[in-house]
Each structure stands twice: as C-alpha cells, then as structure tokens.
Write a protein that binds this ligand. Structure first.
Ligand code: AMP
Ligand code: ZN
Length: 462
C-alpha cells in the first residue's frame, strides 16, 4: 500500500522522528507495558492504553487488520500485589483476576480494543528462567546470595535509551544498595521468596522474578527476539525499558530489542503527575461515573501524546459539548476507512499528531453543516478511526452520570416524605424538603390523582 512510507514515529532511542519500516510488513509487531494489577487503574494509567489503541488502529489501517500483532501484558506478580493480597487475605491470583476484570471493563468503556495477546507474567516463568540462564552463560548475569543480578558493566552500551549521565543512574541505583551486588547499578533478575511469599522453583532456589525480566520474556514469547515498536509511559524509560533492552539484547545477541521506542507524556493534576503515591488520582471507574467514556477518550486525544496533559473538569465539559454537537451529524452516515481524507491521515501518520487530526475533524463537521458533499461521511469515518461515535444516538443522548442514578432513589424518598408532611399539615417540614430538592436541581409539580390523593411529579432541571 502506498501509505506505508508515510508513517513517521518519534523514536526515544534516537530522539527524532523517523520513517517507520517494519521488520516484516506482513507481521507488524507492537508491545506495550500493561498494568500492575493490584488496584483500580487511574486515568493517568489510561493514557498509554488510549494512545497505543490509536496507534494499533492506525497500523491496522495501513498494513491490514490481520498483519498487526499487538501485545500488552499484565503484571500479576509484584511486591505491591503480594502486600495487597496478604492485607485482604486472598491469593495473588484472586486479587489479580478481580483487578484485571475491572481493568478490562474500564478500558473497553474508553473505546480501546483488546490487544491480540494479553500475556500474564505468572504464565511465563519458564521463559524468564530461560533468559536468565542464557545471561549467566554469556557472562551478563551472576548469582549472589540467592539472587540473580544483571551485571551492568558487562554491557558496554548500557544506557543508550535513557542517555542518563552515569552519576545520575548511580544515584538512582544507590536507593537500592545491597551487599551482594558487585556494582551498585546491577539490577535484580530473580530474588528469593520467603515461604509466605509467592514463589516458583528455579535453578537458584524458590523465588520470583524481578519486574524488568517479565517484559523481556513475554515480548520474546509472543513477538520474537526483536520486534517493531515498544511503548509505555515516559516514566518507564529508566530503569524499566533500559533494563528490558539490556536483558533482551544480551540474551539474544541482537543490536536492538525493538526498532522504535515510543513514550507518552504524563497526565497531570495542577502540574503534578497523577499517581497513586501522590494521592492525586481519579480512578477510571470514578471518571466513568461522571463522564461518558468517549468524552474521556476525546479529551485525552486532544493533546499530543508526547506532551503533558493537565486534566481539568473545564476541559472535560468542553469535550462533551463538542461531541454533543458532532454526534447527531456523524451518526447520519456510515463510517468507512475508504472515506478518510488525506489531510487527516497525514496528521495521524506524522507521529500521531492528534491536535492536527482533530482540527481536520472539526473542519469536516463545519463542512457537513454547510452541506459540503461527503463531509458528513468523512466525519463519521475519521471519528471511527479515533474510536469516536461508537454509540447509537439514543445511547449517547440517554447517558446520565452515575450520581444521577443514585440521586433518583434519594429524590423519590424526599418527595414521599414531603407528601406525608403535607398530609399531616406539617408545612414547615414540607417547605424544608422542597428547598432541599430545589437545591438539588429538582423541580416539583404538585397535583391530585383520580382518587383525589396528593401526588407530586418531579423532574431534573438541567
Ligand atoms: P504503573 O501501573 O505505574 O506501572 O503504570 C502503568 C502505565 O501507566 C505505564 O505505562 C506508566 O508509564 C503509565 N502511567 C502511570 N502514570 C501516568 C500518568 N500520570 N500519565 C501518563 N501515563 C502514566
Ligand atoms: Zn515492560
């Protein structure tokens, strides 16, 4: 297809935009680091899922739906998982199953297609052990005190991805000093487990993997020794991706692990990264109670994926208004990938330039309103490419925040209580209840039914 040469992607490895050339165009391979499933994901975690969902759609458009393999893992063994499972008195499998199920529902509501493979770390322990064995044989890893460590000085060009000065990496590594390390920068591939901790038998005793080795094993199993694109949030560049590269390159003997390394910027709240540890997070679950999934998605896509996003209610409100305007126009037409205009495609192919793609979307909307031929069908088609306009018109209009559904019960109780107060001629109380309802934005209409009984109808004034 003629589109192939058009795709350009920013590669963290080279710090520049490059023409994308798949190793095998009949099997374009994408790996994205998935969630550690110990708790509900927040909307910062949703950013890489949404960004790489758009990339996945674009690759399928360019190379063919059956020519792309998208792998996104689930990290289901980790010290945070162990701690949370112990706290709740459940097995790590129970905890991670429950959390993964919620994660799937959450990201589906954000319009993200599932990956082709979603490997779990605990199903790939054998592959991890195999890689570690190879690293020991090659002289890139050593056993010490029940641990196996990667020897950073054994790899001359360690640090190529993050380009961190050595002293900075060392300062980071010193947080995790241990007497058994030959070098402060060496990192854990395998560590021993206490009887109370989850563990697997290995040549180095019963233990569990370090985090980085998980992704080297899962990408190897499902995509091979080298592949095309590896993605994740910008915080994963160091040490996670740097260490994945060290493991995979040294174990398999290639000059690359993945050709292109892509990283999304942070979703921020008042200038700070949204994170569990800062406590400034909103779970996807809570966000979906207040906003339709497509509004969250659209709001996320308005910012270029490498830029930080400041998450505000004002911008969400604006995004909802914009989709409310476009929906009835877009829904009059069938979407078709053949109807996507060149300028929209050029924007996406320029390192997923979403702000420009959305400018094209807005122009199509304006043209459709002006009756320009094909503009409406193009709007519907571009929207579909971005995972928008997926609901029917009644579904879109009928959406209500979850808080409204909960209020309904509460409102009905207040309305009933007010009728009782009026019957008892307790007008002070009935007026008090009316004021409370007015405060909630509820309008009352009093009347009588066929039998002369007092009835009250109510509605929400929007
Ligand atoms: P974690 O569960 O912290 O390993 O994060 C899972 C994924 O979400 C990784 O790709 C992170 O880089 C990404 N991520 C975490 N917090 C944010 C944030 N505030 N903004 C954007 N991406 C994030
Ligand atoms: Zn990873």
């Amino acid at each position: 297809m003629s589109h192939h040469k058009a795709l350009r992607l920013y590669n963290t490895l080279t710090r520049q935009k490059e023409d994308f050339t798949p190793i095998d165009p009949a099997r374009v391979r994408l790996y994205v680091c998935g969630p550690t499933v110990y708790d509900l994901a927040h909307i910062g975690n949703a950013r890489p899922i949404i960004v790489f969902d758009v990339l996945n759609r674009l690759l399928r458009h360019l190379y063919g739906d059956d020519k792309v393999v998208y792998v996104r893992n689930i990290t289901d063994v980790d010290d945070k998982i162990n701690a949370r499972a112990a706290e709740r008195g459940v097995s790590i499998r129970e905890l991670t199953e429950e959390t993964a199920t919620i994660f799937h529902k959450d990201v589906a509501a954000l319009g993200c297609a599932p990956p082709d493979f979603e490997p779990r770390a605990t199903d790939h322990i054998a592959e991890m052990i195999e890689i570690i064995k190879r690293l020991i044989v090659a002289g890139n890893a050593y056993e010490a005190d029940g641990h196996v460590l990667f020897s950073v000085p054994s790899m001359p060009d360690y640090g190529r991805l993050s380009r961190r000065p050595l002293d900075e990496m060392l300062a980071g590594a010193r947080v995790d000093v241990a007497s058994y390390k030959r070098d402060d920068m060496d990192f854990v591939l395998w560590k021993p487990s206490k009887d109370s901790e989850p563990g697997w038998d290995s040549p180095w005793g019963r233990g569990r993997p370090g985090w980085h080795i998980e992704c080297s094993a899962m990408s190897w199993k499902h995509l091979g020794e080298t592949f095309d694109i590896h993605g994740g949030g910008i915080d994963l560049v160091f040490p996670h991706h740097e260490n994945e590269i060290a493991q995979s390159r040294c174990a398999f003997g290639h000059s690359i692990m993945a050709s292109v390394w892509m990283h999304n910027g942070f979703l921020q709240v008042e200038g700070e990264k949204m994170s569990k540890s800062l406590g400034n997070f909103i779970t996807i679950r809570d966000a979906l109670a207040d906003w339709p999934g497509e509004v969250i998605r659209f709001n996320m896509l308005k910012t270029h994926y490498r830029q930080p996003i400041d998450w505000t209610v004002a911008s969400l409100r604006e995004s909802k208004k914009e989709l409310d305007r476009m929906y009835p126009v877009a829904k009059q037409f069938a979407a078709s990938s053949a109807m996507i205009p060149p300028d929209f495609m050029a924007a996406l192919c320029d390192d997923l330039n979403m702000p420009e793609a959305i400018t094209a979307l807005r122009r199509l909307y304006a043209e459709a309103n002006d009756g320009v031929a094909l503009a409406g069908a193009r709007l519907a088609s571009c929207g579909q490419m971005l995972g928008l306009f997926g609901k029917s018109m009644p579904e879109w209009i009928g959406w209500r925040p979850a808080s409204a559904a909960i209020d309904e019960l509460y409102v009905q109780r207040l309305v009933n209580a007010r009728i009782q107060a009026r019957k008892a001629k307790n007008f002070a109380e009935s007026d008090r209840i009316r004021d409370e309802l007015t405060g909630l934005g509820i309008q009352l209409k009093d009347g009588k039914d066929a039998n002369g009984e007092l009835i009250t109808q109510w509605e929400v004034k929007l």
